[in-house]
Design a protein around this ligand. Structure first.
Ligand code: HEC
Length: 155
């Protein structure tokens, strides 16, 4: 019991240093590798005609409230229909990732933002929990994307 408490105290202490950020990064790499890589590829560039690039797609999006809601919705609800991206149009289906926990989704989203979008924004598990009760049909998520892009003036 004492040993467990000691380990917990050590973990908390480590988390206040940069090691914790590295652990999140490693967790992000692993989760992204398991759940996203088949379509979006390890470098986040996607597959022409199949999955859009995540690189450079979300920096401005993550800076506004509606954009952060959109990112959470894409992961929780999925998305379907034609979208315009910097490399052309895609008509695809992004499957819902709602079987992952709020914590896992937050880790993946924050990884995608920092690694592929040079963004400092970190999404919190609470944001995903809030969206779960308001999950949208995939076609509606695409409309939300259009609203966000209109608000920020494009990707
Ligand atoms: C089966 C393939 C597939 C998988 C697996 C997948 N995606 Fe997607 N993703 C897509 C497609 C296709 C779209 C575009 C949907 C459309 O055309 O409406 C998309 C769109 C997105 C977008 C919106 C990009 C933008 O420009 O607005 C994000 C963000 C995203 N995916 C993140 C992820 C993450 C993170 C994972 C892993 C948890 C993941 N995706 C897993 C296929 C996939």
């Amino acid at each position: 019991m004492k040993r467990r408490l000691l380990l917990l105290a050590m973990a908390v202490a480590l988390c206040s240093t940069s090691i914790c950020a590295q652990t999140n990064e490693a967790a992000g790499v692993e989760l992204f590798g398991k759940h996203c890589v088949a379509c979006h590829q390890a470098d986040g560039e996607g597959i022409p005609g199949l999955a859009p690039p995540l690189v450079g797609a979300l920096k401005k999006v993550a800076e506004v409230d509606l954009g952060r809601t959109y990112i959470a919705q894409v992961l929780v609800s999925g998305m379907a229909g034609t979208i315009k991206t910097r490399v052309g149009k895609f008509t695809g289906v992004m499957p819902s990732q709602a079987t992952l926990s709020d914590h896992e989704l937050a880790t993946i989203a924050s990884y995608v933002l920092s690694t592929f979008n040079e963004s400092q924004v970190a999404l919190k598990p609470e944001g995903f929990a809030a969206v779960r009760s308001k999950a949208l049909p995939p076609g509606e998520v695409r409309k939300l994307r259009e609203q966000v892009l209109a608000q920020i003036g494009g990707q």
